[in-house]
Design a protein. Structure first.
Length: 253
């Protein structure tokens, strides 16, 4: 393995098709004279891309949109939450929705087959442009994430949505509860409710519960203003239901 130069942008190639990765490698080699660079690694899907970003210093990610397991857009939404995220340039054969959304939200992309002139232009823009924001990626996405990303000690931990029992707001953080443990994410409970409306239901102004995690409801007059508490599957926890959300009890009875 060749040594990577420390003073040049370090690039990760993420694409599920080997010929596409090889094509990008060749194009990047041609770019070196005008844009010195180092290729850090390659990834075949969004999950592998996140593993590389956890393991290596990466300055630029060339990220295919359509990939298995975790697609490029979801991977980018997780990466954007990092303290110092790499620049992201999407690549796509053709995705009319994504292209329109990217243009509206000023997100850079390369349309395949990629030409060296366009690649050089995109690489050059990363020198001055700030990293793409999570807000811009959220606005450009047309589907909810399949994972929540927890940022701990500079690493990205993925929490699959089906494992989340409830989300509870506490000050500026949201507690993500699974059977095994709790995580903290710096996200808005209201935004999470909008994104995952099909999977979670609000039981209190500070709490969303996964529909699949509701075991039932119990009378709990002392601790709940509505007199009801929701029982969470797989735990001994009972969360208060607010008076305003009392209709939830009727939905599940």
């Amino acid at each position: 393995m060749m040594l990577l130069e420390s003073n040049v942008p370090r690039i990760l190639i993420a694409d599920d098709e080997a010929p596409a990765r090889a094509r990008l490698r060749d194009l990047l080699d041609e770019c070196r004279e005008k844009f010195p660079l180092a290729i850090v690694d390659e990834a075949r899907n969004g999950r592998e891309a996140l593993e590389v970003v956890n393991r290596e210093k990466v300055d630029i990610v060339l990220l295919d949109i359509r990939m298995p397991e975790i697609d490029g857009i979801e991977a980018a939404r997780h990466i954007a939450g990092m303290k110092e995220p790499p620049a992201i340039i999407f690549t796509t054969a053709f995705d009319s929705y994504a292209i329109k959304a990217f243009e509206v939200n000023a997100i850079d992309y390369l349309l395949k087959p990629i030409r060296i002139e366009r690649l050089l232009l995109a690489l050059g823009k990363t020198r001055a442009a700030p990293p793409v924001s999570r807000e811009a990626l959220d606005a450009a996405s047309n589907q909810p994430r399949r994972h929540l990303s927890v940022h701990e000690r500079g690493k990205i931990i993925l929490v699959p949505l089906p494992e989340v029992l409830y989300l509870r707001a506490e000050l500026k953080y949201v507690t993500v509860r699974t059977v095994e443990r709790e995580y903290l994410v710096e996200e808005s409970l209201t935004r999470l409710e909008e994104e995952f409306a099909d999977s979670f239901v609000r039981v209190h102004r500070n709490c969303l519960v996964a529909r699949a995690a509701i075991s039932g409801f119990e009378r709990n007059a002392e601790e709940s203003e509505s007199g009801w508490a929701v029982v969470i599957k797989g735990t001994n926890e009972k969360l208060p239901v607010s008076r305003r959300q009392h209709s939830v009890v009727k939905q599940f009875r």
